[in-house]
Design a binder for this molecule. Structure first.
Ligand code: UGA
Length: 457
């Protein structure tokens, strides 16, 4: 089978490369010539652990290539749509790239061949029908006869994308077409069965557990598949907001949220994942997806009030962190604050819509001088936040020079490995706010720091 993947962003580049690794000749289409050239040179267009080595090997074996044109759609058996779905000013999803991809796919479909078009991007419920109608119009062909549209939402996490793609918990396939179901079953068979998996990933540097349970392959209708993606992300957001609120209560009551979360997670109905305290969830998925599903639910008179509460709680968690710093330093005016971590989580260069931009913006408004560091995300953060008058530091320790406070927002490994004794002597006032409770085991208080986490004593 020949695979085409439209879009080479965080989802598209990983999806396209993964199918090449599984042995399918794959072409990635992107309008951005720079990304196309990068891929064809064997370089990954994004930073994702392990992806660079996969792309390089797949391009060198000619299983993977990239192009700006849609000609390859003519020969394709399966065409993934993995383009960006940015938010409009009212918070709802802008489908202009999905529409345009569907139109171009329609213009290049082969009338003599059954092609499956797969929505991989996170799109509002009902988008598969929209895509089908655009393709019908552009091609003059009939949905579910000459082609079919499938919803196959992506559940990959940035930073663990390859592990999630090759070792997923579930593969959700939504379509009304029996023929498309068969094509998707065949396409995913090597992944579900893990055929030829032994040794396959040896040369790709990403962590995985070969003994993890096999993926559950779940078939449903398109709308339910689209919905599964949204409500899963919304559920996880609610779960994190809940533990974050519990952390605040622990601060007030003198309990320890690490133990509380551990104790809760021992109940298999609750589970121990996504109970890690933070200054709030952020990134390019949760804020966008919760806003969209809340909007949809309100539009149809079935408001997801828990999701609404989680969104509000999340912003108040950012504010709670600022209040903690304020409480410790009294006034923030002219205070030097170092920020460790700008990406929404470690192991990614993705600094879009992160809590860092909200928190830093407020600190600057309150008169603080802010110095920041991130191992991978500084360039993107700077592009997205050029209005912020802050100092970008090459080394994490540079943020500590003369600082009144250091705030850890993202738990990058390297921050735990810093020489904290040296940092002690660099700082003017030794206040550390660790919003991930990540440095707790270092016993920074014993070194003389005034160390605070969230919900820990
Ligand atoms: C999320 C979902 O986890 C994926 O399943 C989904 O495919 C993806 O969105 C998407 O829609 O494309 P991702 O945004 O990469 O993945 O990141 P997560 O690992 O889910 O983290 C999201 C945010 O929650 C981050 O800011 C993270 O720091 C925060 N978080 C996560 C916590 O604060 N505590 C936790 O316990 C877990």
């Amino acid at each position: 089978m020949e695979v085409v993947c439209v879009g080479s962003g965080y989802v598209g580049s990983v999806t396209g490369t993964a199918f090449a690794v599984l042995g399918y000749p794959t072409t990635i289409i992107d309008t951005d010539l720079r990304k196309v050239k990068e891929i064809n040179r064997g370089n990954s267009p994004i930073y994702e652990p392990g992806l660079a080595s996969c792309v390089s090997q797949m391009v060198s074996t000619s299983l993977l290539s990239a192009t700006q044109t849609y000609d390859c759609v003519y020969h394709a058996d399966v065409v993934f749509i993995a383009v960006g779905t940015p938010s409009k000013s009212d918070g709802t999803v802008d489908l202009k790239y999905v529409r345009s991809a569907a139109r171009s796919i329609g213009e290049h479909l082969n009338a003599g061949k059954f092609t499956v078009i797969v929505n991989k991007s996170t799109v509002p419920v009902g988008t598969s029908d929209l895509v089908a109608s655009i393709i019908e119009e552009a091609s003059g062909l009939h949905n579910n006869r000459h082609f079919a549209v499938v919803s196959n939402p992506e559940f990959l996490r940035e930073g663990y994308a390859l592990e999630d793609v090759f070792f997923p918990d579930r593969i959700v396939i939504g379509t009304a077409s029996h023929k498309a179901m068969k094509v998707m079953q065949k396409l995913y068979a090597p992944l579900v069965e893990r055929t030829d998996y032994s040794g396959l990933f040896e040369h790709f540097a990403f962590p995985y557990n070969i003994n993890s349970p096999k993926a559950v392959y779940f078939e449903t209708d398109t709308k339910s598949a689209e919905m599964i993606k949204y409500v899963s992300n919304a559920f996880l957001s609610v779960k994190i907001s809940y533990i974050n609120e519990v952390a605040r209560l622990c601060d007030s009551l003198g309990a320890n949220v690490l133990d509380v979360a551990h104790g809760m997670g021992l109940d298999s109905r609750i589970g121990n994942k996504f109970l890690q305290v933070s200054s709030g969830w952020s990134g390019s998925c949760f804020p966008k997806d919760t806003a969209e599903i809340l909007f949809e639910s309100q539009k149809y008179g079935s408001e997801l009030s828990l999701v609404k509460a989680a969104i509000e709680s999340n912003v108040s968690m950012h504010d709670y962190c600022i209040q903690k710093i304020q409480r410790s330093l009294t006034s923030l005016n002219s205070k030097n604050i170092g920020i460790l971590g700008l990406t929404f989580k470690p192991n990614t260069d993705d600094a879009r819509h992160t809590q860092a931009s909200y928190i830093i913006g407020k600190l600057v408004d309150l008169g603080a001088n802010v110095a920041v560091h991130d191992p991978k995300g500084m360039e993107m953060f700077q592009q997205m936040n050029s209005h912020l008058p802050i100092r970008y530091c090459e080394r994490p320790t540079d943020t500590a020079a003369g600082a009144d406070a250091l705030v850890l927002l993202t738990h990058w490994d390297e921050y735990r490995l810093l020489n904290w004794e040296t940092i002690y002597w660099q700082m003017r006032n030794r206040y550390i706010l660790d919003t991930r409770n990540y440095l707790k085991k270092l016993n920074l208080a014993e070194l003389g720091f005034m160390y605070e986490g969230l919900g820990i004593q």
